[in-house]
Design a protein around this ligand. Structure first.
Ligand code: HMG
Ligand code: MG
Length: 301
């Protein structure tokens, strides 16, 4: 398998990135973040989630964010939906696509969406049927594919089984999530191989958090397997409120720096990304965790 010459970055900073922030971020800041990311070349972006505001208060204003956004043609504005209520909110807000999500780890799934893996897949049947009928594309993600924050084993069989079921439900992409950032390159390859045995390689995406500093190495492992759909979060923002200890997603600017060094086109403007990383980090009152954002801070004007 050859390394792709072009990849699609799915920017998750405004959703996965901010969902864990305790301090409420005003919708105007979220809108500015999203619009600036689009201006930096992002063509697929998560703008928020239609989940219970009791479970994730930071995402309670997603409809407001969607209403305030100036949308650009050719850009996919996506939201996360856990059930039919979330789907209805997504459609009412004018989202271009939705993301459904399950996990490869039972205890995590229960903590995250209050049901078993099997129940979550059943819950998504009406959601995917409604989306199909409305012509709304959906992607799917599998959390904890490289490990769970709880005391439970994550097997290749379970990951592959969940991936196949989500793909059979019509997801155009199945994203392998390392929710707590514990994966390492060889295991990453094993997981991708197990999933690629049951669904086409070109629908597999990767969504790695960087808790243990392994995400770039794991993205390289994924690229070497021919994966070209990568999720990342500007400034390395992120974490899952229901995954204790989980920190940010890998930073978009770190990924783009690595891709540029490898001659892989992402369509994203690194200088603009660095400025955006500092914009949102200054707002949050702490420096970006991204090494590239810190290294390039004074060089991007
Ligand atoms: P539940 O309590 O079992 O739900 O939560 P319920 O159906 O019994 O409803 C309870 C209440 O929630 C009701 O309101 C519902 O109307 C309301 P009440 O009558 O009590 O006033 N409700 C909703 N409100 C707004 N939007 C909705 C919705 N659904 C029900 N969609 C539920 C189940 C799924 C709702 C809850 O567990 C939840 O919202 N979980 C979301 C957790 C979450 O967002 N986690 C982070 C995202 S996942 C992630 O970050 C991982 C990822 O990045 C990949 C990776 O890193 O690997 C994707
Ligand atoms: Mg995540």
């Amino acid at each position: 398998m050859t390394i792709p010459s072009r990849v699609r970055i799915f920017e998750v900073g405004a959703r996965d990135g901010l969902q864990n922030e305790k301090q409420m971020v005003p919708s105007d800041i979220k809108v500015e973040l999203i619009e600036r990311l689009v201006d930096a070349g992002v063509t697929a972006i998560e703008t928020g989630s239609f989940v219970s505001p009791k479970w994730v208060p930071q995402m309670a204003d997603t409809a407001d964010v969607m209403a305030k956004l100036s949308r650009r043609k050719g850009v996919t504005y996506a939201v996360l939906t856990p059930n039919m209520k979330g789907y209805e909110g997504a459609i009412a807000s004018g989202a271009d696509e939705i993301e459904i999500f399950s996990a490869a780890a039972e205890m995590f799934n229960k903590r995250n969406i209050n049901c078993s893996i099997a129940e979550s897949l059943e819950r998504f049947v009406p959601v995917t049927e409604a989306a199909k009928a409305a012509g709304i594309p959906y992607r799917a993600s599998i959390s904890c594919a490289l490990g769970s924050p709880f005391d439970e084993e994550v097997t290749l069989e379970t990951i592959a089984d969940v991936a196949k079921k989500l793909y059979d439900m019509g997801a155009y992409e199945v994203s392998i999530g390392d929710t707590i950032g514990v994966g390492t390159p060889i295991r990453t390859k094993q997981v991708i191989e197990a999933v690629a045995n049951v669904i086409p390689l070109d629908v597999i995406g990767v969504h790695f958090h960087d808790t243990y500093g392994q995400a770039l190495a794991n993205y390289l492992a994924a690229l070497e397997m021919g994966i070209s759909k990568l999720d990342s979060s500007v400034a390395g923002l992120g974490g899952c409120p229901y995954a204790p200890g989980a920190t940010g997603n890998v930073a978009t600017e770190d990924v783009v720096y690595m891709l540029e060094g490898m001659g892989i086109d992402s369509g994203l403007d690194l200088k603009k990304l660095v400025k955006i990383a500092w914009f949102i980090s200054d707002y949050l009152g702490r420096p970006p965790v991204s090494s590239v954002a810190r290294a390039l801070k004074d060089k991007v004007g």
